[in-house]
Design a protein. Sequence first.
Lengths: 295, 420
Amino acid sequence: MKNGIRTLKRIENIKGWLLSLPYWIFASIFFGYAFIWLVLLAMSKWNFITPRKMIWLKNFIHVFQDPMFWTVTWNTTRFMLYYIPSVLVLSLALAIALSKAKHFGAFFAMSFLVANVSSGVAYSIVFSKIFSSTGPINNFLYDTFGVVIPWFTDPTWAMLSIVIIVLWKFVGYYALIFLAGLQAIPKELYEAADLDGATKWTKFFRITLPLLNPSFVMIIVLAIGLSFGIFTEPFMITGGGPLNTTQTFMLTIYTTAFEKYKAGYAAAWSIVAAAMSFSIIWVSRKLIERDVSFS
Amino acid sequence: MKRVGLLLVAIMLIVGIVGLSKVVTITLWTAPNPNQNLFWKTLVPMFEKTHPNIKIKWSQIPATGSSEEAILTAIASNRQPDICTNIFNGFAAELIESNVVVPFDSFPDFNALLKARHMEKVIKGWENNGHYYVIPIYVNPMMIWWRKDLLKANGFNAPPRTYSDVYKLAEKVTIPHRRYAYRPVGGTKWWDRWFDFIMDYYAASNGKPYLDVSRQMTFINDKFGKEVATFFYTMFKKGYATTDYGRDPLENGTVLGSVEGPWHIPYVKQHYPNVYKNIVVTPPLVPDDHSANSPVYTYADTKGLVMFKSCKNKEAAWEFIKWVFSDPSHDALWVKLTNMPPARGDLLSNPLFKPYFKDPIIAAYAKYVPYAVPTAPTSKTVDIQQAMTNDLIEPLEYLKTTPDKALAKTAAEINDILSQ
C-alpha cells in the first residue's frame, strides 16, 4: 500500500515536471542564460566587436564614481516624489467615482484603459506636439494670458511634464486595481458603521483605506518599478535633457550600450538599477504592507 | 556501354560548366532612406545584368535606433553584410580600431578608382594611419537657409554674414515665443553638435580641426571656440534664441534662418513650394573679423561605404564597388534622386552634372564641397559630442555658465575622454 502511494506520488511528480518542462526550457534560455550573460558582461569591457575582456568589479566602481549616476538617482527620486502620491490620489478618486457610477461604469473603466494600451512612441510624439511652445496649449495660454510654459524645455518643468504624461497613462489601470479592492470590501462593514453613527470620512479613513492596503501595496510596487524602468517618454520627448533633468536609468543604459558601445558598463548600470529598485520595493513593503482580513 | 560513356561525359560537362560559372552572392546594406533606396534599386539589377556571376543581395540597414546600433549588433552576432553604406568618420574609426574592415588601398586598382571619380582630394579626409577603409559616397556641406521674403519685409536685402549681422537682424525681428532671427543650436542630441558648434568652429577657424586624436587633445577652447561660444551665449542672453521652435520653424516663419542639409530640399519642395522659391542659401556665420573675401568652411555631413573582413568574396565585392563609382552617370543618377552632392571634385566642371545644379540651392551645396570638413576621425565621437552638449551647449543655452568657463570644462572633459 505504502509502495503504491510512493509510486503514485513519483508518477505525479514526473508528470508535474514534464508539464512544466516547456516553461523551464523557455525560462532557462530567456531568463537564466540571459541573466548569467548579463553578470559576465557587467564584469567585462566589451564594445560588441572586439573580444570581451574581464575587468571584474571595475565597472561597478565606475558606476558609483560617475556623476551621471547621482544625477539619474536624483531624477528618479524626483519622479517618484511627483508620481507616486499623485497617482495614488487620482486613481483612488477615479475608482471611487467608478464604484458609484450607476450606468456605463464598465464602459468608463475600459475607456481609461485605452491610455494604458496606447503605443508609448505614438502618444509621446502627440504630447510633444501638444505641449510644444507653438502647440495648442501654449497658443491658448499666449493668446489669453500672454504666457508660454516651457513644458519640456525648462529644467524645472521637464520632469513634471513627463510625470503628467505617465499619470495619464496609468491612472486608469491603477483605478481598476483600486476598484477591485473597493468591491471586495464587505458592505456589512459600512452598514455596521452607519449604525454606530460614523460619518463618511470616518468610514473612509477607518474602513476603506485600511482595507485597501493590498491595493495600495500593489500600486506602490508597480509605481516604483515603473520609476526605475521609464524610457519611452524621456527618449522620445526630451532626450534626457534639458541639462540632464530627465535622464533616467533606462535611458542611460541604452545610450551607454548602443550609442557609446560600452556594453559591459551598461550591464553594470542595469544590475545596480535593479538592485536599487528591489531594495526600495522591499523597504516600502515592510513599511506599508499589513495583513488584511474581512472575517 | 556507349550510352554510359556519353552519360558520364554529359555529367562531367554540366559539372564543369556549373563550376566555372559559379555565382557568388554579395550582401549589401544601404541607408534606410527612400531616395537612396531608389538609387540602389536601379543600380543593383544593372550590375547583375552585366555581371551574371555576381549576385547582390541588397537590403536596407535594419530599423533600429541608429544605423551604427544595427551594424554593431549584426557584427556581434556574426550577421554583418559584406558591404555597408551610411558609415560616418567616427564610426569608421571604431570599426578600423576593431580590425573588422578591409583597407581599400590593398586592392591594386584603388588609385585608378580615385582618379576615375576625381576623389583624390575628397578621400584625404578619410585617411586613417595611411590607409583608406571607407569610400565616401556623398558630401553634404552644411549651409544656412534664409527666408529672403521675410528678410526683405524687415528691411534686410542680404542675409547676415557675421555674428553682428545676426544681432542686428535679431534686434529688429525678434518677437518672444513667436519669431526669431536665427536658430543657433540644432538640438540636444549628441549628433546635433555637427550642425551647430562644430560647423561654426570650422567656419571661424578656416577649417582647422577641433581635435588632434594622436596627441589626445582638443582645441575648442582656443580663440575660435571662444568666438563661437560667445555667439551662442549672446543669442540666448539677449533673448534672440529659444530652445523650442516648434515644427518646421523656417517654413512657418518662426525663424528667418536655419541650418539645413540638401536632404531638406525634396521635403520643402513638396510641402512648402512657395517657401522654397524664397530661400537663399549661405555658408555658416563667421566672426566679425572674418574677411569677406576668404572662403568659409563648413561641416561635411559625409558618409561612405565599407567592406567587412568577413566577406568571403572580396574580389567580387570590390568589382561591384568599382563598377558603382567609376561611372559618372551613376553619380548623376545619385544627384537626381537624392539631391546630395556625390563625393567627387568635378561636380561643377563636369557637364554631366550641369542639369542637376541648375537649381541655385543645389548648386550652392555643390560649390561648397571643397570647403566641407568631416567630423574628427575618432572612435569616441559620441562621448566627445555628449560632453559638448552637457558641459557647453546646454549650460550656455540656459545661461548657467559663461563661455570661458564652459569651454574650459568641456575641453578638460574631452581631453580626459581622448586619453582613456
